[in-house]
Design a protein around this ligand. Structure first.
Ligand code: SF4
Length: 385
């Protein structure tokens, strides 16, 4: 699948808000699945897509992402309906990356074949850990053995499978993580996303930390684990192409995530989903209603599920392009930044960051080095005129 040019990335994100159980670290807009009739939500999502098509004519779809929540709980026929509708609304001549997030316990031969038949061509597996004690701590429903079996089964049907892992867990040593990461890399998955455990407000983990049930790793220990992660992945042939994402080659870079990092356009469909589209008024953030019933009501009464939308100023759009653009190896186009900021970047600061080995400028694009990724937020502030 060739990589589209940064300005041609156009994605659709579908948020399916239900999960078998809610993990203690998760701050996404999710609800326990229970047994529910989801037909009204399915109908609202399909209507919302049609309404969005009216304000995004002539776009060519490059990626479709079913996230959540746990979208693998959706009926395969619904996934198929969404895929076919998107292909009709934003026809594209290039192959479309179509990703489904799933959990290891949902991966069965029957499910894999049904997802493939529906049109999915990339799986994102929420493995999170390859250690039963850690999986219990993270509140996951699967075991290490189930995760390994699921990865093997997924790869046999979807060669483009990515796995998500969470590290920098309380008490995790570099040695422990090296062993676990080595096993994850040894599965043969061509893409791996590695996230440090962060304690988000209002989650069950935030309460546990407040009650001193566990102590999160300090910044220094996290930075050491991050450095180890970068070098181990590179040695295994999956170098980082973004702060937390590693791939065997450009062919496996996530088109959908690149759309975010390159400030492309994407539609946020489903309860609580956020989108970014370029309208006549300027770059616009759309925010769908969070509660499922509010979302359905918004679609039925106004056409889209938006609870809110606001237009970014040129400066806000520039800051977004800078912060997100520096996250990936593609970097960010300097001329675009200067146009959006309405003034040149500070040459003295640029030169100093290049001399210290944190930043490169290639073909008119600013890119962070691996040392630079450790200081990505600081560097974005430094470069803001
Ligand atoms: S399965 Fe994923 S989306 Fe659902 S609660 Fe757990 S981390 Fe959040």
């Amino acid at each position: 699948m060739p990589l589209p040019a940064p300005d041609q990335l156009f994605g659709v994100y579908i948020h399916w808000p239900f999960c078998a159980r809610v993990c203690p670290y998760c701050d996404f807009n999710v609800y326990a699945a229970k047994s529910r009739d989801t037909s009204a939500l399915e109908a609202a999502i399909l209507s919302d897509l049609k309404a969005h098509a009216k304000c995004t004519p002539n776009r060519k779809l490059t990626s479709l992402y079913f996230g959540g929540g746990t979208p693998s709980l959706c009926r395969p026929d619904f996934l198929k309906d969404v895929i076919e509708l998107c292909e009709t609304l934003w026809p594209s001549k290039v192959p479309i990356e179509i990703t489904l997030e799933t959990n290891p316990e949902d991966v069965t031969p029957g499910a894999l074949n049904a997802w493939k038949a529906a049109g999915i061509n990339r799986l994102s597996l929420g493995v999170q850990a390859l250690n039963d004690e850690a999986l219990k701590f993270l509140g996951r429903n699967h075991t290490r053995a189930q995760a390994l079996t699921a990865i093997e089964a997924a790869l046999s049907v979807f060669p483009n499978t990515t796995i998500d892992m969470i590290y920098a867990r309380p008490g995790q040593s570099i040695e422990d993580w090296k062993g676990e990461l080595s096993e994850a890399l040894g599965t043969g998955a061509p893409h791996i996303s590695l996230y440090e455990l962060t304690i988000k407000e209002k989650t069950a983990f935030a309460k546990q930390v407040e009650r001193e049930r566990f102590i999160p790793l300090d910044d220094e220990a996290q930075a050491d684990l991050y450095t180890e992660t970068l070098s181990q992945c590179a040695d295994a042939g999956l170098p980082a192409y973004e702060v937390s994402n590693h791939a065997r080659s450009e062919a496996f870079w996530s088109r959908h995530n690149l759309t975010y990092w390159q400030s492309g356009e994407w539609l946020g469909i489903g309860p609580g989903a956020e989108g970014k589209i370029n309208l006549d008024a300027g770059r616009t953030t759309t925010q769908a209603a969070r509660k499922v019933s509010d979302y359905i009501e918004a679609v039925e009464s106004t056409g889209t599920g938006w609870a809110d939308s606001f237009t970014l100023s040129g400066r806000e759009a520039a800051e977004e392009a800078l912060i997100l653009g520096l996250r990936s190896k593609m970097g960010v186009e300097r001329a675009k930044l200067e146009r959006l900021f309405g003034e040149p970047l500070n040459d003295v600061k640029l030169t100093s960051l290049k001399e210290s080995g944190h930043l490169l400028e290639e073909d008119g694009r600013l890119k962070l080095t691996e040392e630079g990724w450790l200081l990505a937020d600081y560097i974005s502030v430094e470069l803001t005129p």
